[in-house]
Design a protein around this ligand. Structure first.
Ligand SMILES: [Zn+2]
Length: 356
């Protein structure tokens, strides 16, 4: 068994982290930059029997145990929903409760799980010299959970190392942040991310890569999806795994013009929350272009012509405010169909202001 393919920009960050000493790291940055993958690669290297300067060997017993999610010296502190999604085992009691449908899996990191992690750090090691606790997303710990972990994080017993990864460092307790060495995730270069996306979207599932897309995506579609994800490669990869990723890419390209016409059909396949996210990105980009900046989520050629008038500025400001307001109810819409219709007609008003 070999190491899963680590994106090139994560590889350089792994080497840099390995060259520094530290028993507790906090990897932070926006979603989609690969903090979980980097955290796991670091944990795997710490546990590896023959680690190199650039990472784990990928072939020793320890590496194999990490690969098959059964390493006794690795504690994965994740929300239950994420453990299930990524195939990391839950403790027996939790699994029994969920199997018996006594409750739903938690989206938060539960205080019980943090207590388990603390007692894990106190057991004797089973394989090598090191034990690792990996926490992700660290912002899903509430105050009680975080405090449970705090003392161990401050004075870890013997050879225990921590790695926390977060997509919202500002939501962490300052005491947690101050106990860790901080690492800010690097943004990959756009073209480099595109090459990676192209490779990964063709890797069959179970090969350390993404699921195989239904149809191979054209370079143009891949570029569109990476732009739509704001240049965050892991987010773009998730989109390429959608069965209709090609159509999604084309729909994204056509979205600005469809919205200028108030055409609700363009939103028909989307959940209100997805539609809202797309419209907030569109609002951002139209605003940017009108102010002489580059768009971030759409190709310039797909956007309405630049309109730096005062009327347009007012219309966009009002739209932005309405979208922020809609965000409060979008997860539980009264009527999803009506909400999408309202989105489309609101977008048309914002995108076709009176010329003045
Ligand atoms: Zn190894």
């Amino acid at each position: 068994m070999t190491n899963p393919v680590l994106a090139p920009w994560l590889k350089t960050q792994l080497e840099s982290l390995l060259s520094q000493r530290g028993h507790a790291w906090l990897l932070s940055g926006p979603s989609g930059l690969g903090q979980f993958e980097l955290a796991l690669a670091l944990a795997k290297t710490w546990l590896c029997e023959n680690p190199a300067a650039d990472g784990a060997c990928g072939v020793c017993g320890s590496c194999h145990a990490v690969e098959v999610h059964t390493h006794a010296d690795l504690c994965m502190l994740l929300p239950e929903t994420l453990s299930l999604e990524l195939g990391w085992p839950l403790d027996e009691k939790t699994q029994d409760d969920l199997d018996a449908k006594k409750r739903k899996p938690s989206k938060e990191i539960k205080v019980d799980a943090a207590r388990e992690a603390v007692s894990f750090t106190q057991f004797t090691r089973s394989r090598g010299d090191t034990k690792v606790v990996l926490v992700f997303p660290a912002e899903r710990m509430n105050g009680i959970t975080a405090n449970t972990l705090l003392k161990t994080l401050e004075e870890p017993p013997g050879a225990v190392k921590f790695i926390l990864a977060t997509e919202a460092a500002h939501q962490l307790l300052p005491t947690i942040r101050s106990r860790c060495l901080g690492h800010t995730m690097h943004w990959p270069d756009f073209e480099e991310a595109l090459v990676w996306l192209q490779t990964m979207s063709q890797v069959p599932e179970g090969d350390g890569g993404g699921k195989k897309a239904a149809k191979p995506l054209s370079p143009d579609d891949l570029r569109t999806l990476l732009i739509a994800a704001g240049g965050r490669p892991a987010d773009a990869l998730a989109w390429t795994q959608n069965q209709n990723a090609g159509e999604l890419a084309r729909a994204w390209q056509g979205l600005p013009k469809a919205m200028a016409r108030g055409d609700v059909a363009a939103l028909a396949d989307w959940a209100p929350a997805q539609a809202l996210d797309a419209l907030q990105k569109l609002c951002h980009d139209v605003w940017a272009v009108n102010n002489g900046a580059l768009p971030r989520f759409f190709r310039a050629e797909d956007l309405p012509a630049r309109n730096p008038t005062r009327n347009s500025a007012y219309a966009l400001a009002a739209w932005s405010k309405d979208l922020a307001q809609a965000a409060r109810t979008v997860e539980h819409p009264y009527n999803p169909g009506l909400m999408l219709e309202a989105f489309a007609s609101r977008a048309r008003i914002a995108l076709t202001p009176n010329k003045a």
